[in-house]
Ligand binder design. Structure first.
Ligand code: 26V
Length: 826
């Protein structure tokens, strides 16, 4: 084992002999890790080996505080917060830990005897931990950062997928999915806790059929959940909380042999089957495809986590009545909603409490956050899955439902329609359990993630529940961590902020207000522009070296980076680009700034139309490039494999942030906030948190356009996209180019499904209704961008007024209003 030095011990005092010869003169923890963990002399170490050694050096500094945090929380017995989520989209950890530990100089000194490497180079060796699809997973990662920064005793609970979100390749303009073996190298951050494994009962057994897991009725089985802990370093490094990710396997070897009755090969097969439960993250955030393995994953996460939580509670508290005073469990969407039934099971079957007591404790312990208004994404699980996997939970859900519907009947006598609408069980060909209803009934708090979203949730999606439980419903507008999204992603801007308003903004983002007074100051403006220019040049250089593509950092960078979804309307963006393309071909003298349109985002592998939109973007990009009339005026770049690290690279370089969802469909958005705090101006609809961003910054400092959520809802009845095609020449020309195979001469008709969506099936997301207003908003962007002082002034005001969108503010609200949780500090 390598000697562990504490953070405070200067690196040079470590005299442990390392490698022979001259290297020994430069003993350091970093070199020790190279020599003793990797068994390689520093001179010969590969970049990956150096990365691991540096990560372990930093872990040495984190470990004492991790232990201290645990000891402190164990002795204080405070109320603890548990964030249950199927996704934690963490990205890279080394750079984040260097920043949160404020260990830049420690990192630099660690490498000092080997000046050929800097820590900024080594961080590139770390793969993203891509354990999430998009916004919901990234929010969970920002929230655990803030929980630790605010010193709240908290843990994240999730799954340790062997394969995260797929790696996206682009071939012939089309998305191809590759597996993401992010654990191919050992991960320096995780600590496996074999001694804390838990056992999860399953009422069926499983077999693999052509690589697909199939439940076999009868023959109950068990899964073992083994925790892999990752440190979550709060800013300053004092509080280090834990993210606990569960890996599934078969029961340990002893039981295992018993269990398989001496059938060795059969037992090994069982092991493979069991491990496949946490093999891969489901990559579809658009539809609940009802996959049985996904259901088992959710059940597994809940059983492992609740068993662990309750065991920890019992160690320190004897009285079950204390549960809601000591434990708050936040459900990140309905994915862990079976927690309602599992907590009831623990309180009834294991603690032997009465139903009334168990139910009261359950509701007061659980809280639920909703993240989507799309009906097709709302989870409903077939009753037969419960019957197979966890029949006791089904029994409990039926009893919860019976009592709940009795309450509904008592409140609204004779209203059978309401009973049917509110029931936890949807009757039909196969009965389904409505997981959102279960989560609402079993929680004391139900929140949306931006003001408009919470309002729509209350008034449209689950209005019956809001009427029955008005006090449960509340709003918590999302936020993002300024440590990762400013300090780490945009060091140049961070330096300028420090020089201008001091460095307290890192933990109190409202301090950014102090910039407003400098918005018109020519000197400050010049510094602000220099930071943006630097970020753009760095990004262009990165694109050039990694993809060979040339992008011009003197052009306006317009960015739409997010999952590819019809409601997010990448199609609106590309149609507008086609409008510009067509205008420039007609009139090469058209006045407008040179623009680069960046797109990045993954489509769910089974979402055909989203994948076709990617193809269209790439085809348009090629045509724009091929035409001398357009090539030097606009460029379209689709950046493959969007992930957290790519977002960190591009957002600081952005001039314009595209937030153009059909109003009423984007629950909040969090990318919008990251762009705002990095000085991009938003072109957007009045949707999600963009509304609150405009309220903060002043509407005049964004480019808002298009139908409001109310107008979208009201025009559903009569909206006719063909009217726009027939009456708007620009719209018609753009659509004729796309559907006339101008961009796909070798693949005629390829865009037919898009034509059908827009013109035959009524353009559900109202692209054509908003296209003209969107083009007009882009024209305004062109005008303002031509006046650098005015543009910079607005950008500075946006940064200055983005403080509300810190995840520290959001977590402080959750702590005060939902969890009643307090900081725990020595
Ligand atoms: C649904 C499913 C269905 C089953 C398979 C896996 C899976 C994974 C995710 C989802 C729901 C995704 C919901 C989501 O990401 N919502 C986003 O949440 C953000 C954080 O609150 C918010 O900013 C975005 O507006 C919202 O779209």
């Amino acid at each position: 084992m390598a000697p562990r030095t504490s953070k405070s011990a200067p690196a040079s005092t470590n005299r442990t002999p390392t490698t022979a010869g001259t290297a020994a003169e430069h003993a350091s923890p970093y070199r020790d890790h190279l020599a003793l963990d990797q068994v390689v002399p520093a001179e010969a170490a590969t970049p990956r080996e150096r990365f691991e050694a540096l990560a372990r050096t930093l872990r040495d500094a984190i470990a004492p505080n991790w232990l201290k945090t645990r000891a402190l929380q164990d002795s204080a017995n405070p109320k603890r917060v548990y964030y249950l989520s199927m996704e934690f989209l963490i990205g890279r950890t080394l750079v984040n830990n260097i920043i949160n530990m404020r260990a830049e100089s420690l990192a630099q000194e660690a490498l000092a005897p080997a000046p050929e490497t800097t820590w900024r180079e080594l961080i590139e060796q770390e793969p993203d931990a891509g354990l999430g699809n998009g916004g919901l997973g990234r929010l969970a990662a920002c929230y655990i950062d803030s929980l630790a920064t605010l010193h709240i005793p908290a843990m994240g609970y999730g799954l340790r997928y062997d394969y995260g979100i797929f790696r996206q390749g682009i071939e012939n303009g089309q998305q191809v999915e590759h597996p993401d073996p992010w654990l191919a190298h050992s991960d320096p951050w995780e600590v496996v806790r074999c001694g804390e494994s838990v056992s999860v009962p399953i009422a069926c057994s499983f077999e693999l059929e052509h690589g697909v897991l199939r439940a076999v009725s009868g023959g109950s089985s068990r899964l073992m959940g083994t925790p892999y802990d990752r440190p979550v370093v709060g800013y300053g490094g004092e509080t280090v909380n834990t993210l606990r990710l569960w890996k599934a396997s078969a029961p340990d070897e002893f039981d295992f042999r018993e269990f398989s009755g001496g059938d060795f090969v059969g037992a090994v097969v069982d092991q493979i089957v069991a491990e496949s439960v946490t093999r891969v993250l489901y990559p579809d955030d658009s539809t609940n495809a009802g996959q049985a393995l996904r259901f088992v994953q959710e059940y597994f996460l809940v059983c492992c986590s609740l068993g662990d939580i309750v065991a920890r509670f019992r160690k320190q508290n004897k009285d079950w009545q204390q549960l809601p005073e000591k434990v708050a469990i936040q459900l990140n969407d309905t994915h862990p909603a079976i927690a309602v039934a599992e907590l009831m099971r623990l309180l009834l079957d294991e603690a032997h409490l009465s139903w009334e007591t168990a139910w009261d404790l359950t509701v007061r312990t659980l809280a639920y956050t909703n993240h989507t208004l799309l009906p097709e994404a709302l989870e409903k699980w077939p009753v037969r899955f419960f019957e197979r996997v966890c029949p006791r939970h089904l029994e409990l859900i039926y009893e919860i439902n019976r009592r709940f519907l009795d309450d509904v009947r008592a409140r609204y006598p004779g209203d059978e329609g309401r009973i049917e609408r509110m029931s936890l069980v949807e009757e039909g060909h196969g009965r389904l359990i409505r997981m959102a209803h279960l989560a609402i009934v079993g929680s004391h708090s139900v929140n949306g993630v931006a003001r408009i979203h919470s309002e729509l949730l209350r008034t449209r999606v689950v209005s019956d529940f809001a009427e029955m439980y008005p006090d449960r419903f509340n709003n918590k507008t999302n936020g993002v961590t300024p440590r990762r999204w400013i300090q780490q992603a945009n060091p140049e801007l961070a330096r300028l902020l420090n020089a201008t308003i001091g460095d307290t903004w890192l933990t109190d983002l409202s301090q950014l207000q102090g910039l407003a007074a400098r918005a018109d100051d020519p000197k400050f403006q010049e510094e602000f522009r220099a930071a943006k220019r630097g970020a753009k040049e760095r990004f262009a250089e990165w694109v050039r070296t990694t993809t060979g593509q040339e992008v011009d950092p003197t052009t306006l960078f317009d960015c739409q980076i997010k999952r590819i979804h019809e409601y997010k309307r990448q199609l609106l963006n590309v149609l507008h680009i086609v409008v510009l393309y067509s205008q420039l071909r007609d009139n090469p003298d058209l006045a407008m700034p040179r623009r680069t349109f960046f797109f990045a985002g993954k489509a769910a592998p089974a979402y055909r139309l989203a994948k076709l939109i990617i193809k269209l973007i790439n085809d348009v990009a090629r045509a724009v490039d091929a035409d001398p009339r357009t090539r030097d005026r606009i460029r379209v770049v689709f950046l493959p494999n969007y992930n957290v690290t790519l977002a960190e690279r591009l957002i600081p370089a952005a001039d314009v942030s595209e937030q153009i969802s059909t109003a009423g469909y984007e629950a909040s958005g969090t990318g919008n906030m990251k762009f705002m705090m990095n000085g991009a101006l938003t072109i957007g609809t009045r949707d999600g948190a963009t509304i609150e961003m405009a309220e903060q910054a002043g509407e005049e400092n964004l480019f808002l356009f298009g139908l409001t959520a109310q107008q979208v809802a009201e025009s559903r009845g009569w909206y006719d996209p063909r009217w726009h095609y027939e009456n708007e020449p620009e719209t018609r020309r753009a659509l004729d180019l796309v559907f006339g195979n101008h961009f796909s001469p070798a693949e005629p008709g390829i865009y037919e499904p898009i034509r059908e969506a827009l013109l035959t099936h009524g353009d559900y997301f109202m692209h054509l209704a908003d296209l003209t207003a969107y083009a007009e908003a882009h024209r305004r962007i062109g005008e303002v961008y031509a006046d650098p002082r005015e543009w910079t002034r607005r950008a500075i005001l946006n940064v200055a007024r983005s403080g509300l969108f810190s995840s520290d503010r959001a977590i402080a609200e959750y702590a005060a209003d939902i969890w009643s949780a307090e900081p725990c500090l020595a």
